[in-house]
Design a protein around this ligand. Sequence first.
Ligand code: SF4
Length: 389
Amino acid sequence: MSRGDKTGLRLYVHVPFCRAKCAYCGFFSQPMDMALLEDFVPALCREIRFHAARHAKAAIETLYFGGGTPSLLPPWALSRIMKELHQGFRFDPGMECTFEANPDSALDGAYLRQLLDYGVNRLSIGVQSLSDETLFLLGRPHDAATARAAYFAARQAGFANIGLDFLWGLPGQRLSQWLATLTAAVRLSPEHLSCYGLTLEPGTPLAARIGSGELVQPPEAEQAEMFVRGGQFLESEGYLHYEISNFARMGYVSRHNSGYWEGRDYLGLGPSAVSTMAGRRWENPRDLARYVALSKKGGFGAGAKALTPDELVREMVMLSLRTTTGLDLAAYRARSGRDFLKDNAGLVQALRQNELVRISSGRLRLTKNGLLVSNVILARLDYGMAAGE
Ligand code: SF4
């Protein structure tokens, strides 16, 4: 954000292709098509050059390839993008470089070793479930055996930092199954686990099937148990619960994603990618043809909007309360000129009585039960005269 970062750049690269669209997906992605890929890669390279020219060979602090399915990029595409990034920016030894992969396109040892050679040092594999029936329901292009095989292939190739993504709150899923999934995941011994509650994205086939009553999610109380007991289990296995949906072994917290939650600046490349730099935010077109056209004109960031002081304060609260380090009350005062505890005295007292928040060392943190209802808590906060008024 917005606080004049002195550290290196945080770069996000959006790869907008997938093998097929999953039934619950709300991200901008489309089925892989070689002709479209041949338009996308040069456009992305133009965007890299556009920003590189404005950042004078800046060091990259974190680089994150997301999507979409970055592991669908064929070697020639990967090579062109990486070369362009290496030419435009500095890859320092301490840089964190994450690459998202789907199991079915992360089995080839040569491809995985190529990623390591390019500087990728963190692989994030979208497993989502270890039940073939559930994976089919979700429209995932792989089964559980393939997910395990991708994990072992990544280890074999030399990845020392692997994250696995899972979903809970799925139709037909029971608490016992979720805990069994986590037990199986922990047995693999990944460095990082992301566990997302299923979000119903409007317009997706899964949301329609749940909306019509054809499929039923677990009752709310059972979903709450999945969140709380799943988190307790992972903590008992040595994973630090550092953000609502994220768990890491000591030393393996995602630095890139932590940057978002700490409100740091980031530059997003590729269609639909969002950037926030020096208090200004812009989004690239959510359309490949418009993105390619923009890359030819070179007008990235032209429609950037300045974030208001009020928006900055709200984001600071919203993002920091997602994390288990919580809201720094002095930093809040410095930014807003307000006293958070005074403005929210009644609410904070009620939340403390119900063990939904804790205050210690000048920070307000949501407890596990608090994280579970964070949306409700955030909606009730009073920002008083928080800047902008
Ligand atoms: S792989 Fe990920 S981005 Fe692609 S369709 Fe599935 S959920 Fe969406």
